[in-house]
Ligand binder design. Sequence first.
Ligand SMILES: Cc1cc2nc3c(=O)[nH]c(=O)nc-3n(C[C@H](O)[C@H](O)[C@H](O)COP(=O)(O)O)c2cc1C
Length: 181
Amino acid sequence: MSRLLLISGSLRGGSTNSAVLRTAAALAPAGIEAEIYDGMGRLPHFNPDDDPTDGIGLDAEVAAMRAALGEADALLLSTPEYAGALPGSFKNLLDWTVGGGQTYGMPVAWINVSGAAAPSGGADAHDSLRKVLGYTGSRIVEEACLRLPLSRGDVGEDGLIAPAAAREEIVAAVRALASAL
Ligand SMILES: Cc1cc2nc3c(=O)[nH]c(=O)nc-3n(C[C@H](O)[C@H](O)[C@H](O)COP(=O)(O)O)c2cc1C
């Protein structure tokens, strides 16, 4: 059994990025367990003073996030671009992963859903993501990274991505990431 942890960079209720990851979890093929991490909005602001090397006194939400990372074999991310960069909340989460060390050597991929409303296709955010993941020691699985332009209208009433072709691409990315383990 491969365990994937799915993390969305968006806190928005109707988020397209979160919908993609819900779809990945719902349609994950047999042998792949995909868990969605939903605590990003509860993480405190990263402060090195609050990240003791012995872990004593570490915030419970940070500890829970690191435990979820520790149980995962690989990470699948999906994030919007805000003002030419990663969303602050998501960068905050990534900053907390540096001291935890769980992501060192961990295979990671992302699905970039930036659509027609994003002329750059979210390129700055994803260039930045690549750089940050270098600092967290993750191993980017290029063949599992997917550029899948979507819009809010592609999210169905069930909260999943509706178009069948998009669903197939999402499942293929999940398979490619699991194959890299
Ligand atoms: C404050 C703000 C800033 C944004 N800045 C950018 C940007 O710099 N580049 C871009 O491509 N899209 C930008 N967008 C558009 C979002 O990336 C787009 O709405 C995306 O679908 C949001 O993801 P979500 O549906 O998962 O919440 C911005 C949106 C907001 C709310």
